[in-house]
Design a protein around this ligand. Structure first.
Ligand code: TEU
Ligand code: CA
Length: 547
């Protein structure tokens, strides 16, 4: 029997370095700070860290704008610090997965500087240039993700360049083979330093056909990914996760099917975008509907049943805090944080925990625009308020769905600045750190951290959690998420109440039986049968005795 690769039994943990732990009092989290907290992650039981970008960068988008792919930003540390992180993590059985941001570079990259100086420079073609429209305006009306035109005029070369995200993030021209060679060499350089893989930022955009107006999942995408695999990934024991906001159940296996030789898995956002407005996006959320949410997960579990592999997450550095978004960050904060974790961690795939999630950190409530730091929030604010939106309305939306919710500092203690820094943090700490913090949660045997540790250990120890077939139940129930996992005659039944009120639930035949309670955030249950009453946000998983 073939052993599952390490990344199928491991749980990932995402670190947003700027907000994790500051070692030198400048208010910015850094690599020595991460090293000082590795024992926290070892205790949690994770197998790898996805490290958001630590490369040299002017930080227009907190490192998703890279000016040197082979150096570390001074505020985060040095290459020696990075090597030490890899070694110290390895000593704790943790691998370091880096963020690969190669759809665009920073406008401060040497390549871009050369590209702007002359049309004749070899680097000019590393970027995407178009002539002005006949009226002198941009070549198309394509809008940048963070607001405004995606095209910026450079007088020296008398052309516009594409910045699909922002002008500080000029898109790299993947059509240029020398550019691709540079990227593959750089990836190999990091692999040779001992990293465990890459999370690939907006990878579905690299194959774009700009003149056809096709940005997502363009015609060149899979050719590039297959070439990248041949040139860097083949034969290495690493993990790759491609981020894609456009990937669908129909296209998913074209990235991670076993015969594709591209990626191991994708981060897909169908469960996020389903509740966003088609035009206004996350700034105009739709009401949550558990039936739709369950159907999306069931579809993805089905797509990856025999081939490919799912990544499992509700949170990252671009999303609101999951307990605020899908649970209850007031009365039932602890119960609902555990309930959400139960559902995600017991599906088939590789779960990703976002820093602070393991102690139930919540959204923050800012009152003034000057408290926000995120480039997307600030640019959208300018655009939307200029178009007539009331500032309070925008701020309410940003407090609900904005990216800074995930970026307030990690709450280590109840003390000053949550123990994140001895100085002034680059973004305010959430005042609720006085009650919600690592020290308090870890001191509680019934805390959220202890619960996550149990879930993560279950995945390491029980093959049914890794490889079991996923079966949906009670799909029409608007309050309860219920499923089973099956492997070699073993069945785990999972039942979760997604609401803050008690839920009557008729246990379906497939989930009924007696056995061992593996997970419970309420009184443990070892028997499931007939009509049961689930407490608010109750979640339970029972390993049913053979039936
Ligand atoms: O995000 C991809 C992306 O499309 C986001 O802009 C997303 O639409 C937005 O965050 C939703 O609010 C990746 C990174 O995760 C993000 O942090 C970067 O800003 C972005 O790429 C550009 O590199
Ligand atoms: Ca620092």
């Amino acid at each position: 029997q073939q052993m599952a690769p390490w990344w199928k039994t491991a749980t990932g943990y995402q670190i947003y370095p700027r907000s994790f732990c500051d070692s030198n009092g400048d208010g910015i989290g850094d690599i020595p700070g991460i090293i000082s907290r590795l024992d926290h992650l070892r205790d949690l039981g994770i197998g790898f860290i996805w490290l958001s970008p630590v490369y040299a960068s002017p930080m227009a988008d907190n490192g998703y704008d890279i000016s040197d792919y082979r150096d570390i930003a001074p505020e985060f540390g040095t290459l020696e610090d990075f090597d030490r992180l890899v070694a110290e993590a390895k000593a704790r059985d943790i691998r370091i997965v880096m963020d690969l941001v190669v759809n665009h570079s920073s406008s401060a990259h040497d390549w871009f500087r050369a590209a702007c100086a002359s049309r004749g420079a070899p680097e000019h073609d590393f970027y995407i240039w178009r002539d002005a429209a006949p009226d002198g305006g941009p070549p198309s009306d394509h809008q940048a993700c963070f607001g405004g035109s995606a095209w910026t005029w450079v007088p020296e070369v008398e052309r516009y360049y594409l910045g699909h995200f922002s002008p500080e993030q000029p898109d790299l021209n993947w059509q240029n083979p020398e550019l691709r060679r540079e990227i593959y060499d750089m990836m190999n350089w990091w692999f040779d330093r001992g990293i465990g893989g890459f999370r690939m930022d907006v990878i579905s955009v690299i194959g774009k056909d700009v003149d056809a107006g096709v940005y997502e999942e363009g015609p060149y995408l899979h050719g590039f990914l297959q070439e990248m695999h041949r040139e860097t990934l083949a034969g290495r024991d690493v993990v790759t996760v491609g981020e894609s906001w456009s990937v669908s159940p129909e296209t998913a296996l074209s990235y991670c099917g076993r015969d594709r030789h591209e990626l191991d898995m994708v981060f897909q956002f169908n469960h996020v975008t389903a509740f966003e407005d088609e035009v206004a996006g996350k700034w105009k959320p739709k009401p949550f509907d558990l039936r739709r949410f369950k159907a999306i997960f069931a579809t993805w579990q089905g797509v990856m049943a025999e081939d490919g592999w799912n990544s499992l997450f509700l949170s990252n550095h671009d999303l609101p805090r999951q307990v605020s978004k899908y649970g209850d960050d007031g009365t039932f904060r602890v119960a609902s944080a555990k309930m959400l974790a139960t559902v995600i961690h017991l599906m088939k795939g590789t779960p990703f925990v976002y820093q602070g999630e393991e102690i139930g950190m919540t959204n923050v409530r800012f009152e003034r625009i000057d408290q926000f730091r995120d480039v997307e929030t600030l640019r959208q604010y300018t655009g939307k308020v200029a178009a007539g939106m009331a500032p309070e309305t925008f701020i309410a939306g940003a407090n609900e769905n904005g990216r800074d919710n995930a970026r307030t500092p990690m709450q280590w203690t109840a003390g000053a600045q949550a123990g994140f820094t001895d100085g002034t943090p680059w973004i305010e700490v959430n005042p609720n750190h006085r009650t919600i913090n690592v020290a308090a949660d870890r001191a509680d045997p019934d805390g959220i951290f202890a619960f996550y540790r149990n879930l993560i250990a279950l995945r390491r120890e029980r093959p049914v959690v890794v490889a079991g077939r996923y079966l949906s139940f009670a799909q029409d129930n608007p309050a309860v998420f219920a499923f089973a996992r099956d492997l070699d005659g073993e069945r785990v039944a999972v039942i979760a109440n997604f609401t803050g009120t008690p839920a009557e639930f008729d246990v379906p035949d497939g989930l009924a039986g007696a056995g061992t309670c593996l997970v419970a955030n309420h009184a443990p249950r070892s028997e499931l049968s007939g009509r049961i009453t689930l407490a608010p946000f109750e979640a339970v998983a029972v390993l049913l005795a053979a039936r």
